[in-house]
Design a protein around this ligand. Sequence first.
Ligand code: KIV
Length: 272
Amino acid sequence: MKRLKDLMTMKEEKEKITMVTAYDYPSAKQAEEAGLDTILVGDSLGMTVLGYESTVQVTLADMIHHARAVRRGAPNTFMVVDIPFGEVGVSESYDIKQAVKLYRETDANAIKAEGAHLTDFIKNVTRMGIPVVSHLGLTPQSVGVTGYKLQAGTKEAAQQLIKDAQVVERAGAIMLVLEAIPSDLAKVISETVTIPVIGIGAGRHTDGQVLVYHDILQYGTDHRPKFVKPYGDFSIGVPALTQYREEVKSQAFPSDDHTYKKQIMSEVEDHD
Ligand code: KIV
């Protein structure tokens, strides 16, 4: 398994860090087999696998349930788990209690928290020994306020984001995810902080990239953000299921090839 020191070395040596989301045992197994450096159990699972409109409905119990399956599928991959909306930023003691529960029950290597307002949270849980990844730029838990659009598009907002990145690094964040920001700004931030910066919709200059599993594979997604490049096509599921339905109706399935050869009824004397 890659450790934080390996990820830091990759940044120093300019080897790009790869991250993909995974939400269950098979997607995690695939990510590990494909050799991804890191896996994110993102609260995007609210939309991708639970069918919610946003990440806001996702609970700590949902995250724990999915992250445990991911860990079983990818026991040897650095795994980051999102702390969901409403479980952090409440009060110091509540936040710490939820972070400990998430970290302990999922066997995660780090937890991820959205927003620059969580500096004290990062400090507190880091002090306890829980590694925290910070997520800045577009933070999906706040889309009710920001909307899904490019962030830090003004001089002032860009300057603020550079400051925020430095503040979360000083607070102890081990990594930074930057979402939906101009690529020249992401470049400056990646060069300014010493921790690895992983981008999504932040251009090519970050230390690594993350994409959502379902976006990469076009699996149940209706909308494709500009920054997504699909690498596979799971829409094959509908024609495959249609053919299965038709073959059961027409009795083409199951054929002899899919039926056990053993015949028993000639040995059974009495039956109704
Ligand atoms: O939940 C998620 O999938 C994320 C990525 C978009 C970085 O936070």
